[in-house]
Design a protein around this ligand. Structure first.
Ligand SMILES: NC(=O)C1=CN([C@@H]2O[C@H](COP(=O)(O)OP(=O)(O)OC[C@H]3O[C@@H](n4cnc5c(N)ncnc54)[C@H](OP(=O)(O)O)[C@@H]3O)[C@@H](O)[C@H]2O)[C@@H](O)CC1
Ligand SMILES: [K+]
Length: 438
């Protein structure tokens, strides 16, 4: 159920299912039911567009009228601002999956005049594939979509404009997905299985992670703490100078990188956080040459400015928007496609971070994350994500699954802490979150 369908894929699903009238009836009824459950009776205006989205709106009007509500239907191309202003609630059934160009200023003015909006499928103007606004899109309180969510429901700004999103079954047969074979999902635990502790596990088999540490040790130590909590049996902080570590179980090594690389048990590495750009670039090249399993973040990404090929050979990269643009250029209209392109170019699983983090694999699979609270955007949380990713890789998870799990656990740990969380609090919240997954 967590597959995402682009509007083009949804159109294929429609065509394969046939029976548009029955689907439209179910869609309109779902919209009416959602409104009846959430709103007190009020005057409703349905703004109906020229396609099936408008058709859904007309069906919803019929069901609301049957329930005794005062409902009018207006053609979106001839409706007046006054009509819209008179309605207490507007059902936006102008454009859905068939949006093919920017919304005109006349339609934008109508939507702006609405007091409260419930959107059918998507707020008109939101591109279902990308979440971008084409010309204009209104802020809905509630959006009802059908069969499967679309990427535009989960990617900003579309995600914010939907208000509360409801997904409703309209009787579309599941078999239509066989041909479409969707390659994008909402990131949920359905996408991964966490490593199991075996009775015969020892500290190396449970995962060995080495974190390169620069002058600013805080970032690397956060990554270490997260890696340890996420189940890595051996975590080493590889520093250039001796330092006092209050963490009893963390191992400090000050040997040169070349010496550490000779130890075959050190297969998983984090390179970048707090390392300094020059050292990160140099270390990244050495780790790749040594065939290690690598999570590259922060300064290691900046070291690849304009040179994404230098990341070939890494397992997971975790750029935020600024780092991504430095390495790969502008994101463009689709964050989903940008992450996929980066993954295909570098052959590495790409976690493009943000409020709507996208995880993309080189083979085209992609997931959009939805559980991260806004208060996760604070210093050091990226280092924790790198540590989580490395620990899961070290325990043998495939890169895409490890990345999806790391991002999901990160969001869940943040939610469990609530507003005011500090990055250093996240690792300690992980055991409970992992235990809840069973
Ligand atoms: N998927 C499902 O399971 C089901 C889906 N259902 C529903 O169907 C909806 C998709 O229906 P749809 O394909 O008819 O497209 P829809 O969005 O109504 O609009 C197309 C029309 O708008 C026009 N147009 C586009 N942009 C424009 C612009 N900026 N300014 C002006 N005009 C513009 C466009 O013109 P054209 O591009 O052809 O020139 C065309 O005439 C979907 O969102 C869902 O609500 C349910 O009924 C049942 C099951
Ligand atoms: K709409």
């Amino acid at each position: 159920m967590n597959e995402l369908l682009t509007p083009a894929e949804m159109a294929r699903a429609d065509a394969a299912a046939g029976n548009v009238a029955a689907l439209m009836d179910a869609a309109g009824r779902a919209v009416a039911r959602a409104i009846l459950q959430r709103y007190k009776p009020c005057s409703v205006l349905v703004l109906a567009g020229p396609g099936n989205n408008g058709g859904d709106g007309k069906v919803a009007a019929r069901y609301l009228a049957q329930a005794g509500w005062p409902v009018r239907v207006a053609d979106a191309f001839t409706a007046t601002i006054e009509q819209v202003q008179r309605a207490e609630l507007v059902i936006d059934a102008i454009f859905g999956a068939g949006l093919s160009r920017d919304v005109s200023p006349q339609i934008a003015d109508l939507l702006r005049a609405a007091k409260r909006i419930v959107a059918v499928d998507v707020p008109s103007g939101v591109d279902g594939a990308t979440g971008q606004v084409r010309g204009y899109a209104p802020q809905a309180e509630l959006t009802i979509t059908f069969f499967r969510k679309k990427p535009g429901h989960l990617l900003y700004p579309g995600r914010g404009l939907c208000g509360k999103l409801l997904l409703r079954d309209i009787g579309m047969p599941e078999r239509v997905l066989e041909d479409i074979a969707p390659q994008a999902w909402e990131n949920t635990p359905a996408l991964f299985t966490l490593p199991r502790y075996e009775a015969t596990s020892h500290k190396y088999s449970a995962g060995d992670v080495t974190v390169l540490c620069g002058e600013l040790a805080g970032a690397a130590r956060l990554a270490c703490a997260a890696a340890r909590r996420a189940g890595a049996g051996m975590v080493t902080l590889a520093a250039t100078t001796p330092m006092v570590l209050p963490e009893a179980g963390l191992i400090l090594r000050t040997d040169p990188l070349a010496t550490l690389l000779q130890d075959a048990r050190r297969h998983t590495w984090i390179v970048g956080p707090g390392l300094g750009v020059a050292r990160a670039g140099d270390a990244l090249a050495q780790l790749i040459a040594a065939g290690k399993t690598i999570v590259a973040d922060a300064d290691a990404l900046t070291a690849c400015t304009g040179a994404p090929e230098k990341l070939r050979g890494t397992a997971i990269i975790t750029p935020h928007t600024g780092e991504f643009v430095r390495v790969f250029g502008e994101i463009g209209p689709s964050k989903l496609e940008a992450a996929r392109r980066a993954a295909a170019t570098t052959g590495t699983v790409t976690i493009l971070k943000g409020a709507d983090t996208v995880i993309a694999a080189p083979d085209g699979r992609a997931a959009i994350n939805t559980n991260a609270p806004a208060y996760l955007a604070t210093g050091g949380t990226g280092d924790v994500l790198a540590g989580l990713s490395a620990a899961l890789l070290a325990q043998g998870m495939p890169s895409f699954e490890a990345a999806c799990a790391a991002v999901w656990l990160h969001g869940e740990a943040a939610r469990s802490l609530g507003p005011g969380l500090l990055a250093e609090g996240l690792p300690a919240a992980l055991p409970q979150v992992m235990a809840a997954l069973g």
